[in-house]
Design a binder for this molecule. Structure first.
Ligand SMILES: [Zn+2]
Length: 152
């Protein structure tokens, strides 16, 4: 276990999300709907880090992230590291990687978009990752920057 993980009090089972962009931890908690679910959650903000200047860390007890949750995490903080803890040991270590597209995961900000007007319409976005991350609606072409992504 790295020094960074030791900063967080060890947990028996669960997930430690490490190397979250500093200041993004709160948004990750909201997007993953982790609050008020009866699990113990610790959010550490602006932890000194060698890799970046500082980072956020989230510790979730007795819960492992699903695939779609990892994708949301990747959108909010590409490069975040997901450590699955089982019996106090890091059982799995994954870097949240961006998919090329996402479906039914975010809302289009264009009020005239078909996905906001047709019942049962499913949103689809392509991921654009040039200098900064954004998503583009497949139907209307609206581009939404990373900071403005509204998750379903
Ligand atoms: Zn749209």
């Amino acid at each position: 276990m790295s020094d960074n993980l030791m900063r967080v009090q060890p947990i028996r089972n669960g997930t430690v999300i490490d190397h979250i962009k500093a200041g993004r931890g709160r948004k990750v908690l909201d997007a993953l709907e982790l609050i008020d679910k009866g699990t113990t959650i610790t959010l550490l903000m602006h932890v000194p880090s060698k890799k970046n200047s500082s980072k956020d860390v989230i510790k979730i007890e007795d819960r492992e992230l699903s695939e779609s949750e990892s994708q949301k995490l990747a959108l909010l903080s590409p490069g975040a590291q997901v450590n699955i803890i089982r019996n106090f040991v890091v059982a799995e270590k994954n870097v949240a990687s961006l998919p090329s597209s996402i479906s039914e995961m975010a809302l289009c900000s264009n009020v005239n978009c078909i996905t906001n007007n047709e019942r049962g319409a499913i949103t689809n976005f392509n991921i654009i990752n040039n200098e900064s991350l954004s998503i583009q609606c497949v139907y209307c072409g609206r581009k939404i920057t990373e900071d403005n992504i509204e998750f379903i």
